[in-house]
Design a protein around this ligand. Sequence first.
Ligand code: C5P
Length: 230
Amino acid sequence: MESCKSVKPVIAIDGPSGAGKGSVSRAIAKALGCRYVDSGAMYRAIAWMALHEGFDLDDEAAVLALAERVELVLGDQSVTVGGHNVTSAIRTSEIDAASARVARIPAVRDVLVRRQRSYAGASGLVMEGRDIGTTVFPNADVKVYLDASPAERAVRRASDPAHGVGVAAAALSDVASALEARDYSDRTRSSSPLKIADDAVLVDTTGLPLDSVVKKVLGIVQQHFKRGCS
Ligand code: C5P
Protein backbone atom coordinates (compact mmCIF):
# COMPACT_ATOMS: atom_id res chain seq x y z
CA MET A 1 0.00 0.00 0.00
CA GLU A 2 1.09 3.59 -0.67
CA SER A 3 2.44 5.37 2.37
CA CYS A 4 1.81 8.91 3.52
CA LYS A 5 5.33 9.84 2.44
CA SER A 6 4.41 9.47 -1.22
CA VAL A 7 0.86 10.85 -1.32
CA LYS A 8 0.27 12.95 1.83
CA PRO A 9 -3.44 12.13 2.17
CA VAL A 10 -5.82 13.57 4.73
CA ILE A 11 -7.83 10.81 6.38
CA ALA A 12 -10.80 11.86 8.52
CA ILE A 13 -12.07 9.48 11.19
CA ASP A 14 -15.25 10.64 12.90
CA GLY A 15 -17.82 9.11 15.19
CA PRO A 16 -19.30 9.21 18.68
CA SER A 17 -17.42 8.57 21.93
CA GLY A 18 -16.30 5.02 22.52
CA ALA A 19 -16.55 3.98 18.85
CA GLY A 20 -12.83 3.16 18.87
CA LYS A 21 -11.63 6.19 16.90
CA GLY A 22 -8.45 6.69 18.96
CA SER A 23 -7.03 3.17 18.70
CA VAL A 24 -8.05 2.78 15.08
CA SER A 25 -6.73 6.19 13.98
CA ARG A 26 -3.39 5.62 15.71
CA ALA A 27 -3.00 2.21 14.06
CA ILE A 28 -3.90 3.60 10.61
CA ALA A 29 -1.45 6.48 10.99
CA LYS A 30 1.28 4.06 12.04
CA ALA A 31 0.60 1.67 9.16
CA LEU A 32 0.71 4.50 6.61
CA GLY A 33 3.47 6.56 8.21
CA CYS A 34 1.13 9.56 8.60
CA ARG A 35 0.89 12.05 11.44
CA TYR A 36 -1.92 11.30 13.90
CA VAL A 37 -3.92 14.12 15.49
CA ASP A 38 -6.63 13.70 18.14
CA SER A 39 -8.81 16.81 17.71
CA GLY A 40 -10.84 15.90 20.81
CA ALA A 41 -7.70 16.39 22.92
CA MET A 42 -7.72 20.05 21.81
CA TYR A 43 -11.26 20.63 23.15
CA ARG A 44 -10.31 18.73 26.29
CA ALA A 45 -7.16 20.81 26.83
CA ILE A 46 -9.07 24.10 26.48
CA ALA A 47 -11.71 22.82 28.91
CA TRP A 48 -9.01 21.75 31.39
CA MET A 49 -7.26 25.12 31.20
CA ALA A 50 -10.55 27.02 31.57
CA LEU A 51 -11.40 25.08 34.74
CA HIS A 52 -7.80 25.40 35.98
CA GLU A 53 -8.08 29.18 35.63
CA GLY A 54 -11.43 29.15 37.44
CA PHE A 55 -13.52 30.25 34.46
CA ASP A 56 -17.24 29.73 34.24
CA LEU A 57 -17.66 27.57 31.11
CA ASP A 58 -20.79 29.58 30.29
CA ASP A 59 -18.60 32.69 29.96
CA GLU A 60 -18.10 32.23 26.22
CA ALA A 61 -15.98 35.37 25.80
CA ALA A 62 -13.51 34.24 28.48
CA VAL A 63 -13.23 30.71 27.06
CA LEU A 64 -12.76 32.14 23.57
CA ALA A 65 -10.02 34.54 24.72
CA LEU A 66 -8.30 31.57 26.37
CA ALA A 67 -8.55 29.42 23.24
CA GLU A 68 -7.07 32.25 21.19
CA ARG A 69 -4.08 32.95 23.41
CA VAL A 70 -3.12 29.69 25.08
CA GLU A 71 -0.25 27.60 23.79
CA LEU A 72 -1.49 24.13 22.90
CA VAL A 73 1.01 21.48 21.88
CA LEU A 74 -0.03 18.04 20.67
CA GLY A 75 2.93 15.68 20.84
CA ASP A 76 2.92 12.09 19.60
CA GLN A 77 1.93 10.82 23.03
CA SER A 78 1.38 14.00 25.02
CA VAL A 79 -0.80 17.08 25.32
CA THR A 80 0.50 20.32 26.82
CA VAL A 81 -1.59 23.43 27.39
CA GLY A 82 -0.26 26.68 28.80
CA GLY A 83 2.92 24.83 29.79
CA HIS A 84 1.03 22.14 31.76
CA ASN A 85 1.39 18.53 30.69
CA VAL A 86 -2.26 17.45 30.79
CA THR A 87 -1.92 14.13 28.95
CA SER A 88 -3.70 12.17 31.70
CA ALA A 89 -5.52 15.04 33.41
CA ILE A 90 -7.79 15.60 30.39
CA ARG A 91 -9.07 11.98 30.52
CA THR A 92 -11.51 12.31 33.38
CA SER A 93 -15.30 12.29 33.46
CA GLU A 94 -15.23 15.94 34.55
CA ILE A 95 -13.28 16.89 31.42
CA ASP A 96 -15.46 14.60 29.24
CA ALA A 97 -18.44 16.79 30.14
CA ALA A 98 -16.53 20.11 30.20
CA SER A 99 -15.01 19.54 26.74
CA ALA A 100 -18.46 18.94 25.25
CA ARG A 101 -19.61 22.27 26.74
CA VAL A 102 -16.60 24.12 25.35
CA ALA A 103 -17.21 22.43 21.97
CA ARG A 104 -20.67 24.03 21.77
CA ILE A 105 -19.17 27.53 21.52
CA PRO A 106 -19.00 28.31 17.76
CA ALA A 107 -16.17 30.87 18.04
CA VAL A 108 -14.03 28.43 20.04
CA ARG A 109 -14.63 25.83 17.33
CA ASP A 110 -13.46 28.33 14.70
CA VAL A 111 -10.17 28.85 16.55
CA LEU A 112 -9.56 25.11 16.96
CA VAL A 113 -10.62 24.26 13.41
CA ARG A 114 -8.01 26.74 12.13
CA ARG A 115 -5.36 25.00 14.24
CA GLN A 116 -6.56 21.59 13.06
CA ARG A 117 -6.26 22.61 9.40
CA SER A 118 -2.70 23.73 10.00
CA TYR A 119 -1.69 20.09 10.60
CA ALA A 120 -2.32 19.13 6.96
CA GLY A 121 0.33 19.52 4.35
CA ALA A 122 3.74 18.70 5.73
CA SER A 123 3.02 14.98 5.90
CA GLY A 124 -0.04 12.83 5.49
CA LEU A 125 -2.53 13.18 8.28
CA VAL A 126 -4.99 10.97 10.13
CA MET A 127 -7.27 13.15 12.26
CA GLU A 128 -10.02 11.86 14.50
CA GLY A 129 -12.95 13.82 15.86
CA ARG A 130 -16.61 14.64 15.33
CA ASP A 131 -16.56 17.09 12.41
CA ILE A 132 -13.34 16.30 10.57
CA GLY A 133 -15.07 15.01 7.42
CA THR A 134 -17.92 17.55 7.53
CA THR A 135 -16.17 20.80 8.52
CA VAL A 136 -12.44 20.63 9.19
CA PHE A 137 -11.48 18.79 5.99
CA PRO A 138 -14.59 18.60 3.75
CA ASN A 139 -12.23 17.57 0.91
CA ALA A 140 -10.44 14.86 2.91
CA ASP A 141 -9.17 12.03 0.72
CA VAL A 142 -10.80 9.36 2.84
CA LYS A 143 -13.65 9.78 5.33
CA VAL A 144 -14.60 7.04 7.74
CA TYR A 145 -17.39 7.21 10.31
CA LEU A 146 -16.92 4.66 13.10
CA ASP A 147 -19.92 3.68 15.17
CA ALA A 148 -20.91 0.94 17.62
CA SER A 149 -23.94 0.14 19.73
CA PRO A 150 -24.40 2.41 22.77
CA ALA A 151 -23.98 -0.60 25.12
CA GLU A 152 -20.68 -1.61 23.55
CA ARG A 153 -19.38 1.94 23.51
CA ALA A 154 -20.11 2.25 27.23
CA VAL A 155 -18.27 -1.00 27.99
CA ARG A 156 -15.27 0.11 25.93
CA ARG A 157 -15.18 3.51 27.63
CA ALA A 158 -15.46 1.91 31.08
CA SER A 159 -12.51 -0.36 30.39
CA ASP A 160 -10.34 2.26 28.66
CA PRO A 161 -7.14 2.53 30.73
CA ALA A 162 -6.64 6.09 29.40
CA HIS A 163 -9.74 7.04 31.41
CA GLY A 164 -8.41 6.09 34.83
CA VAL A 165 -8.03 2.58 36.16
CA GLY A 166 -11.31 1.35 34.77
CA VAL A 167 -14.78 1.60 36.19
CA ALA A 168 -16.39 -0.99 38.43
CA ALA A 169 -19.20 -2.92 36.77
CA ALA A 170 -21.67 -1.24 39.11
CA ALA A 171 -20.78 2.11 37.59
CA LEU A 172 -21.33 1.00 33.99
CA SER A 173 -24.77 2.53 33.90
CA ASP A 174 -23.26 5.88 34.99
CA VAL A 175 -20.73 5.66 32.15
CA ALA A 176 -23.54 4.85 29.71
CA SER A 177 -25.62 7.82 30.92
CA ALA A 178 -22.66 10.22 30.70
CA LEU A 179 -21.86 8.96 27.19
CA GLU A 180 -25.46 9.40 26.13
CA ALA A 181 -25.56 12.97 27.49
CA ARG A 182 -22.33 13.88 25.68
CA ASP A 183 -23.53 12.30 22.41
CA TYR A 184 -26.77 14.25 22.70
CA SER A 185 -24.83 17.49 23.23
CA ASP A 186 -22.49 16.71 20.30
CA ARG A 187 -25.33 15.78 17.93
CA THR A 188 -27.60 18.73 18.75
CA ARG A 189 -25.21 21.68 18.95
CA SER A 190 -25.71 24.42 16.37
CA SER A 191 -22.13 24.52 15.11
CA SER A 192 -20.70 21.43 13.34
CA PRO A 193 -22.83 18.82 15.11
CA LEU A 194 -21.74 15.21 15.04
CA LYS A 195 -23.15 13.61 11.90
CA ILE A 196 -21.94 11.36 9.16
CA ALA A 197 -20.59 13.19 6.09
CA ASP A 198 -22.46 12.37 2.85
CA ASP A 199 -19.32 10.86 1.35
CA ALA A 200 -18.06 9.01 4.45
CA VAL A 201 -17.90 5.23 4.72
CA LEU A 202 -19.78 3.98 7.78
CA VAL A 203 -18.05 1.20 9.71
CA ASP A 204 -20.08 -0.45 12.46
CA THR A 205 -17.52 -1.79 14.91
CA THR A 206 -20.02 -3.52 17.22
CA GLY A 207 -18.61 -6.92 18.13
CA LEU A 208 -15.45 -6.43 16.08
CA PRO A 209 -11.97 -6.68 17.59
CA LEU A 210 -9.61 -3.76 17.00
CA ASP A 211 -7.46 -5.53 14.40
CA SER A 212 -10.52 -6.32 12.24
CA VAL A 213 -11.61 -2.68 12.31
CA VAL A 214 -8.09 -1.52 11.43
CA LYS A 215 -8.03 -4.00 8.52
CA LYS A 216 -11.39 -2.72 7.27
CA VAL A 217 -10.32 0.91 7.42
CA LEU A 218 -6.97 0.18 5.76
CA GLY A 219 -8.99 -1.60 3.04
CA ILE A 220 -11.07 1.57 2.53
CA VAL A 221 -7.89 3.66 2.24
CA GLN A 222 -6.38 1.12 -0.17
CA GLN A 223 -9.51 1.25 -2.37
CA HIS A 224 -9.12 5.02 -2.54
CA PHE A 225 -5.51 4.74 -3.69
CA LYS A 226 -6.43 2.03 -6.21
CA ARG A 227 -9.06 4.30 -7.72
CA GLY A 228 -6.29 6.83 -8.33
CA CYS A 229 -6.94 8.98 -5.24
CA SER A 230 -9.98 10.61 -6.87
O1 C5P B 1 -13.01 12.64 21.12
P1 C5P B 1 -13.13 13.07 22.55
O2 C5P B 1 -14.11 12.26 23.34
O3 C5P B 1 -11.82 13.17 23.23
O4 C5P B 1 -13.70 14.56 22.45
C1 C5P B 1 -14.11 15.28 23.60
C2 C5P B 1 -15.22 16.24 23.21
O5 C5P B 1 -14.69 17.23 22.32
C3 C5P B 1 -16.37 15.60 22.43
O6 C5P B 1 -17.40 15.10 23.26
C4 C5P B 1 -16.89 16.77 21.61
O7 C5P B 1 -17.79 17.55 22.35
C5 C5P B 1 -15.65 17.59 21.36
N1 C5P B 1 -15.11 17.41 20.00
C6 C5P B 1 -15.69 18.13 18.99
N2 C5P B 1 -15.16 18.07 17.74
C7 C5P B 1 -14.10 17.32 17.48
C8 C5P B 1 -13.51 16.54 18.50
C9 C5P B 1 -14.06 16.60 19.77
O8 C5P B 1 -16.68 18.82 19.19
N3 C5P B 1 -13.58 17.31 16.24
